[in-house]
Design a protein around this ligand. Structure first.
Ligand code: NDP
Length: 444
């Protein structure tokens, strides 16, 4: 494989999809050497078959708002690769959603799911519908209209969606309800369901907790204790909330959280009570993070991200490309020695270079945030054996999966000077399993 040539071809065939190109470039540049040790891969053009999704569904979603106006949005499902299990990956509802973003997410998901050691392929879906400012009834009508089209393409053994930005327990519940009505089947077709109807304990917490379990493994390699460390968290949604919760439990100090309008800086640290306030504000009232600063009298910076604040550890947990090269330089200059990604691809390629050149601990999302999909995989297992595991059982399994992912990264990513290149480690480990499965299944 000539990685530059493969990428050039993809850019020509699929223009205007910069996030997809970015994700592919990052993977190709790290797996090229390993790939080329296996001439049998190139004989069957494995790389193109792995980069281009198996199929993409695109559809119009039509729904009625509270004023009786008819609205249209675009809906998508990208089924990227099912060599090691049914397609699996979240659904994102956000005004920025387009096909290129979902293709990047589905591509990443394929490697991430492979790393979890569970039998899941990669997929992703979503819509440019924004739940922001919508009533409950509008969100329900939208979810139902979305599922009216999506249902024929998914199934517990085919493709199992979950939540992502803008899709939490409420949206998964509405989509599950419509799927059940259309198919007359109660199945594990979605994960992240409510506890009462097949949801797994610890699924809401899994991505944030998993990220911290991964961070602990990284810190262990340098004998660093997390207690008392100052942490920057971005976002204030599902991943950010449970990242902060676990950090607080472990005695770290969380000084920032954010939303798409700005960030708060609380030098005293966000404690349990303040985090409860954020959870209520975001999950119940769907308010803005600015209101935290008004309530607790701390700094609020509109239109900015928290990366210029002084800290030890950064946990980006909002969205893609939220840390650019300059942000990364500021983080390193301010003493940050570990970055562990809760979000998917939050660091630009320039930012990743800055972290790696500075030899700080840096974990890409596909390794560090794999806890979410791992517990989704555990939810699928519980649904199919029709049993529910206890909180402790699921949490233990999550810890052990994150530990295994860390070990795989160390195995494939340790460089001659001992520095662990987690990007390379995660990509090579994730890739080899999918590649071997594809080779065994012939040209399909
Ligand atoms: P939520 O919708 O619960 O929260 C997203 C948070 O990020 C909100 O605070 C939101 O602010 C902010 N945000 C979203 N888009 C932007 C933007 N363009 N610029 C600045 N801030 C933004 O989503 P999740 O917490 O579930 O997801 C966060 C990240 O984690 C995503 O990258 C997702 O792909 C990734 N992830 C999620 C998993 C999960 O299990 N949920 C699993 C693995 C990864 P606002 O409220 O203003 O919209």
């Amino acid at each position: 494989m000539n990685a530059a040539k493969v990428l050039e071809d993809l850019k020509r065939r699929f223009p205007n999809e910069p996030e997809y190109h970015q994700a592919v470039e990052e993977v190709l540049s790290t797996i090229e050497e390993e790939y080329n040790k296996h001439p049998e891969f190139d004989k069957v053009n494995l790389i193109e078959r792995l980069c281009i999704p198996d199929r993409v569904y695109q559809f119009r979603v039509t729904w009625m708002d509270d004023k009786g106006n008819i609205q249209t949005n675009m809906g998508y499902r990208v089924q990227h690769n099912n060599a090691i299990g049914p397609y699996k990956g979240g659904i994102r509802f956000h005004s920025s959603v387009n096909l290129g973003i979902l293709k990047f997410l589905a591509f990443e998901q394929t490697f991430k799911n492979s790393l979890t050691t569970l039998p899941m392929g990669g997929g992703k879906g979503g819509s440019d519908f924004s739940p922001r400012g919508k009533s409950n009834a509008e969100v329900m009508r939208f979810c139902q209209a979305f599922m009216l089209e999506l249902w024929r393409h998914i199934g517990p053994e085919t493709d199992v969606p979950a939540g992502d930005i803008g899709v939490g327990g409420r949206e998964v519940g509405y989509m599950f309800g419509m799927y059940k009505k259309l198919t007359r089947e109660f199945s594990g077709v979605l994960t992240g369901k409510g506890r009462e109807f097949g949801g797994s304990l610890i699924r809401p917490e899994a991505t944030g907790y998993g990220n911290i379990y991964f961070l602990l493994e990284m810190l262990k390699t340098r004998n660093i204790d997390i207690q008392g460390k100052t942490c920057l968290v971005s976002g204030s949604g599902n991943v950010a909330q449970y990242t902060a919760e676990k950090l607080i439990q472990l005695g770290a100090k969380v000084v920032t959280m954010s939303d798409s309008d700005g960030y708060i800086y609380d030098p005293d640290g966000i404690d349990r009570e303040k985090l409860d306030y954020i959870m209520e504000l975001k999950n119940l009232y769907r308010g803005r993070i600015r209101e935290y600063a008004e309530k607790y009298g701390c700094k609020y910076v509109a239109g900015a991200r928290p990366w210029n604040e002084k800290a030890d550890i950064a946990l980006p947990s909002a969205t893609q490309n939220e840390i650019n090269g300059d942000d990364a330089k500021a983080l390193v200059a301010n003493g940050v020695f570990a970055v562990s990604e809760g979000a998917n691809m939050p660091s630009t390629p320039e930012a990743i270079r800055v972290f790696q050149d500075a030899k700080i601990l840096y974990a890409p999302g596909k390794a560090a945030n794999a806890g979410g999909v791992s517990v989704s995989g555990l939810e699928m297992t519980q649904n199919s054996i029709k049993l529910s595991w206890s909180q402790e059982e699921v949490d233990e399994k999550l810890k052990s999966i994150m530990k295994n992912i860390h070990e795989a990264c160390v195995k494939y990513g340790t460089e001659p000077d001992g520095y662990i290149n987690y990007v390379k480690g995660a990509n090579v480990a994730g890739f080899m399993k999918v590649a071997n499965a594809m080779m065994a299944q012939g040209i399909v």
